[in-house]
Design a protein around this ligand. Structure first.
Ligand code: NDP
Ligand code: GDP
Length: 328
């Protein structure tokens, strides 16, 4: 019989790529989708990958335990991937309570649904390198102390520890993936890589003249979402649940990432980038650099797609998208 996977956050970047990956492995994929008045557009990423018809979408919300319980009871999944979150750091200062309710308490809701309705299911929690925040070691691994620097990171820290606690308290097969930033043409437009690839495409096609950014000295360890969803699945195939860092081991400034994008489009970055204090954060994470040696050794995981290849793929996808978008 085909294995069943239940994904929250199925409409997001990782939900789309993970669905594609699991379908290719023969899984039946079920996704939680929240009700919206914009019915018909929420699954745009699944449609972009050509898999919308193959993913079964079920109405629910991470803030509503009753919906998660009902869905988990009905689906009886073998694997649960909890990817849903208010995932944008900058928004977490503007909506700190919502971020806590969904990104932190929402994890407890999903764990409770699993514990009560499908205790044998394997559970993946989408934890984040943002938890390292003000870094305590030059390279961060599973043993590095955390120092969150945003309401988002504080909420993710709760999600991480409640996952560890449910593993230890109830014997759930619950793993926490501490993933460093990962991007793709399906990344949300508000995140810096996608904002840059979209901005470059607009400038190249004459639809914009400048690109306004904040702290371009910040450094991130950027990988490709396609590589990172594979690591999520690998964690759940282990006999024992655990915590794993997933990262490339290379860190790059926003400035240098941006230069790759402009150069790929044949443009001069310095003629178009404008620094705008509106995009600075109350506290920022200056640098992240992950040490994924445990994932390499235990899971046999390694990234396949490098930064240059990924940024060029994103610029090319946005050039195509901007070229064909309606004029209004
Ligand atoms: P996205 O922002 O693309 O997707 C977030 C998903 O969560 C969307 O499907 C969204 O639904 C859903 N969601 C938000 N609120 C709720 C809610 N109340 N109930 C149900 N669903 C909800 O994130 P990514 O795919 O990039 O990331 C996946 C996960 O991994 C997130 O938890 C993120 O915080 C975490 N993470 C991501 C990293 C990255 O670099 N991408 C790095 C480390 C961790 P809708 O479409 O309706 O908005
Ligand atoms: P994050 O690491 O989850 O916060 O991912 P983002 O892509 O949102 O931000 C990565 C880094 O880019 C952070 O240090 C931001 O401060 C920095 N940055 C600089 N300018 C911008 C911008 O205009 N938008 C965003 N989203 N980030 C920016």
């Amino acid at each position: 019989m085909a294995k069943r996977a239940l994904l929250t956050g199925v409409t997001g970047q990782d939900g789309a790529y993970l669905s594609e990956f699991l379908l290719s492995k023969g899984y039946e994929v079920f996704g939680v989708i929240r009700r919206s008045s914009h019915r018909g557009v929420e699954d745009h990423r699944l449609r972009w990958l050509g898999i919308a018809a193959k993913v079964r979408l079920l109405d629910g919300d991470l803030g509503d335990l009753s919906s998660l319980l009902r869905i988990t009871q009905d689906v009886q999944p073998d694997e649960i991937y909890n990817l849903a979150a208010q995932s944008f750091v900058a928004s977490s200062w503007r909506q700190p309570i919502l971020t806590a309710n969904i990104t932190a308490v929402g994890v407890a809701n999903m764990l409770e649904a699993a514990r009560i309705a499908a205790p044998g299911a394997r559970f993946y929690q989408a934890s984040s390198s943002e938890m390292y925040g003000l870094i305590q070691q030059p390279m961060q691994n599973e043993k590095t102390p955390f120092y969150p620097r945003s309401p988002y990171a504080v909420a993710k820290l709760y999600g991480h520890w409640i996952t560890v606690n449910y593993r230890e308290s109830f014997g759930l097969h619950a793993s926490s993936g501490i993933l460093f930033n990962h991007e793709s043409p399906l990344r949300g437009i508000e995140f810096v890589t996608r904002k840059v690839s979209d901005g470059v495409a607009r400038i190249k096609l004459g639809k914009a003249k400048e690109l306004r950014l904040g702290n371009i000295d910040a450094k991130r360890d950027w990988g490709h979402a396609k590589d990172y969803v594979r690591a999520m699945w690998m964690m759940l195939q282990q006999e024992k649940p655990d915590n794993y860092v997933v990262a490339t081991g290379r860190t790059t400034t926003v400035r240098d990432m941006c230069r790759i994008a402009f150069t790929h489009a044949g443009l001069e970055m310095d003629e178009h980038v404008v620094i705008d204090p509106a995009f600075y954060r109350p506290t920022d994470v200056d640098v992240l650099l992950g040490d994924a040696s445990k994932a390499r050794a235990t899971l046999g995981w390694a990234p396949k797609i490098g930064l240059e290849e990924m940024i060029c793929e994103m610029v090319d996808a946005d050039l195509k998208r901007v070229r064909t978008e309606p004029a209004i």
